[in-house]
Design a protein around this ligand. Structure first.
Ligand code: MOS
Length: 761
């Protein structure tokens, strides 16, 4: 639907609308998973393995079981029956296939080996400390060098003959890029409150997918799906770590069932580093071949992704490689290397973020070797169709991202040699990198209800992980009805609502828009019909087509309404219509509800004929003080082509937050395991460094805002993850430009920079 056919109040689509749930969060009214309390609630504390490989020889809970307040200790010797999820089940995904306490085997440090439930948290903690465990420990494999990989490799993309082209190429790059384990650290940690009522359980969770969570837990607990309800109304972010259930949910549910009491189990910050996923360590071998004037002739991207012993999570680093550049000869291969670590998980921009660190770093190295401007190299090799899938792009404006960013940062003034630019006594480095992320329209069902109190309710079992999903629903309803935002109630984060999408893959917004639009349009049509059919209605006898609904008022189409009344005022009826709740009253209706659905793009022949992706570019500036080996990221300009932006404020927040995470990835983050014990040795916020306010550059976000109508009628793609892609390679390119040091293993450390020969400013 084109903008000009959207009805009244349509200006709210694309506006910078503050989050409607903001006040609930800032006033502490919003209740997160473990904020829930119930009469008789018991507290659970998990016990973790202190070895990373081996077996439990003896677990003695006898002292713990006799301690004050202790209600239950579960371990492999007495765990009540729970099941595995059927492997490769197509409508549900879990994080760890092995249910908690399935046997005596230990696969990683921190693996849950017991859970203690007591009347109080303190009693549970004390008893957890009193459990004695003897292990038969094997030597764990935590080798940070993945070169012991013995195969097999999978080739996911191939075209032309890359090896022959590399051999023939006059200019080549052949380098390996390494990214460390990075740990999701959302502000809100994982946790579960499990409440049984007969054979049914309600789980209060911090989940990015309440529907998926419900299906998984039904299978694991061995009960029908309709007997599981998952509630996740507010989430203190997730970054992908909360897409799929973790064992604590099973432990809490099983304990609550056994005790017939509500049970609360929180994952603490230390456990966040071992038990609820991470972005895995990757080693990526990139080979590029090019002509002397900078045209790519070959790309090889052969990567290894570390994973756990029991699960097969792979960081798909090569997803963007086949279509980002035009190149006739290409291959992407994947290898999986097992280590004694917990299961990895998707983390913001999985695959693309480490993958583009490697590819874009190699492109920067190629530009240096060619003595060519890295911007020029990008523009020269830009693709005008997806050469991987051999499909046209639905909408791609990557070149404009580059040229806009270049303009903003003043790229023209950039000089080629490392250490050649100065400002205020500091050496300046400028670097850039591109970004991409897939788009799709996933299925969604939503209902819209016109309520007798003049409010409008929207319901969908998706959830808002902090990105602004609540607000998107309200914007659509406001755009279509004119009912002010403060009279729109959005209900999300409850698996009993109409089935909605997981908040993942940057696909929630594009999924909820069509369903909500269709639901609200149907509800309004029904309302106008009722207005025309109800004997006491002032519109009785008129044709429904002759009626319109503007600013929450029904009126004859012929009598124009004042549109665009203040968005946030409670009762700004501006004209001569009848409030819809009056008509509901006259018709004696408790409300009018309509359902809308989003059809998935993978079933849409039109969408399947295109390569659907978002694009972007980051331009980074660093300041380098060689005398004291001090590096600081001073500016980042982020220019993104993510389709039409529905909410400028929430959208900008996504790219800003992602750029902040990207600074962390470039300069600070990395989880390190003790080689002897397998314990994450920096598993806390003092030693695992993330970018803080003091580390941040000036950040500047620009959206090109080209609608992509192949994805949906609003032209919106997604923006949650792409902003993190390209930040680290833009920064390391800038670091090279300032210092002459090429960092191929993240994060950039002072040890790397001490090799800099750029000594004077
Ligand atoms: Mo995203 S890593 O799918 O939450």
């Amino acid at each position: 639907m084109a903008t000009d056919t959207l009805p009244n109040a349509a200006g709210i689509i694309g506006a910078a609308v503050p989050r409607i749930d903001g006040p609930l969060k800032t006033t502490g009214t919003a209740r997160y998973a473990v904020d829930h309390d119930f009469p008789g609630l018991a507290h659970a504390v998990a016990v973790q393995s202190t070895i990373a490989s081996g077996r439990i020889r003896k677990l003695d809970a006898s002292t713990a079981e006799k301690m004050p307040g202790v209600l239950l200790v579960f371990h492999h010797g007495n765990m009540e029956k729970v099941y595995r999820l059927f492997p490769h089940q197509d409508d549900a995904t879990t994080s760890e296939a092995r249910p908690p306490f399935e046997d005596e085997n230990i696969y990683y440090w921190g693996q849950y080996v017991a859970v203690v439930v007591a009347e109080t948290l303190e009693q549970a903690k004390a008893a957890a400390n009193a459990i004695r465990i003897e292990y038969d420990a094997d030597k764990p494999n935590l080798n940070p060098d993945l070169s012991d990989f013995a195969g097999p490799r999978q080739s996911s993309w191939r075209r032309g003959d890359p090896d022959k082209a590399l051999a023939a190429a006059p200019v080549t790059i052949d380098q390996t890029y390494i990214t460390p384990v990075e740990t999701h650290n959302p502000m809100e940690m994982h946790g579960t409150v499990a409440v049984w009522e007969g054979d049914s359980v309600t789980l209060y969770e911090s989940s990015q997918g309440v529907i998926n969570h419900r299906i998984v837990m039904a299978e694991v607990l061995g009960i029908p799906r309709e007997n599981v309800r998952v509630i996740s109304r507010f989430i203190g972010s997730g970054f992908g770590g909360k897409l799929f259930p973790w064992p604590q949910s099973t432990m809490a549910a099983a304990a609550a069932r056994k005790l017939n009491r509500p049970v609360k189990l929180s994952v603490d910050r230390r456990m966040m580093f071992s038990n609820v996923g991470h972005r895995p360590h990757t080693e990526q071998h990139i080979r590029l071949g090019a002509t002397t004037d900078g045209k790519l002739t070959a790309i090889r991207h052969d990567f290894l992704s570390q994973t756990s012993l029991n699960d097969d999570f792979v960081e798909h680093c090569g997803e963007q490689t086949p279509f980002l550049y035009s190149c006739p000869n290409l291959e992407v291969t994947t290898g999986m290397v097992r280590r004694n670590v917990g299961a990895p998980a998707p983390m913001r921009g999985p695959g693309a973020v480490p993958g583009l660190f490697a590819l874009e770093s190699a492109m920067d190295e190629l530009a240096v070797k060619l003595k060519m401007d890295p911007l020029e190299l990008r523009l020269k090799n830009d693709a005008d169709r997806d050469e991987g899938k051999n499909l046209p792009f639905s909408s791609r404006h990557l070149k404009e991202c580059y040229t806009t960013g270049a303009e903003k940062i003043g790229w023209k003034q950039r000089t080629h040699e490392p250490g050649s630019m100065h400002r205020n006594g500091k050496v300046i480095g400028l670097g850039l990198a591109g970004a991409s992320w897939a788009a799709a329209r996933v299925p969604c069902t939503a209902t819209v209800e016109l309520c007798p109190d003049g409010r409008v309710c929207v319901r969908c079992a998706t959830q808002d992980i902090g990105t602004g999903t609540y607000t998107i629903f309200a914007q659509v309803v406001h755009a279509k009805t004119g009912v002010p935002l403060d009279r729109i109630d959005v209900f999300l984060g409850d698996s009993s609502l109409p089935e909605g999408p997981t908040s993942g893959g940057s696909m929630a917004t594009s999924a909820v828009l069509p369903a909500t639009t269709s639901a609200v349009n149907s509800a309004v049509n029904r309302l106008l019909n009722i207005a025309a059919l109800t004997p006491k209605s002032p519109f009785h006898g008129m044709k429904p087509e002759a009626l319109a609904f503007t600013n929450g008022m029904i009126h004859p189409k012929s009598e124009a309404q004042v549109v665009g009344a203040a968005l946030h005022s409670g009762s700004q009826f501006t004209a001569n219509g009848v409030p819809f709740e009056e008509v509901l009253k006259l018709a004696n209706l408790s409300g009018i509800t309509a359902t809308g659905k989003t059809s998935p793009s993978f079933e849409d022949p039109k969408a399947k004929a295109y390569s659907l992706h978002s694009y972007g570019a980051h331009f980074a500036e660093v300041e380098w003080e060689p005398e004291i080996a001090h590096l600081r990221v001073s500016r980042i300009f982020s220019i993104f082509d993510c389709g039409r932006i529905i909410n400028q404020k929430a959208g900008t927040n996504q790219i800003l937050g992602a750029a902040v995470m990207g600074v962390g990835m470039a300069l600070f983050e990395g989880t390190h395991y003790d080689q002897r014990t397998g314990q994450p040795i920096n598993g806390n916020f003092a030693d695992y460094l993330v970018a803080t306010c003091a580390d941040l550059p000036d950040l500047d976000v620009t959206f090109l805002d080209y609608p992509d109508y192949i994805v949906n009628e609003y032209g919106a793609r997604g923006i949650g993850e792409i902003g993190m892609a390209g930040v680290a390679p833009a920064i390391t390119a800038a670091v090279y430009h300032a210092t002459g040091v090429r960092v191929r293993e993240l994060p950039v450390r002072i040890e790397h920079l001490l090799q800099s020969k750029v000594l004077e400013s």
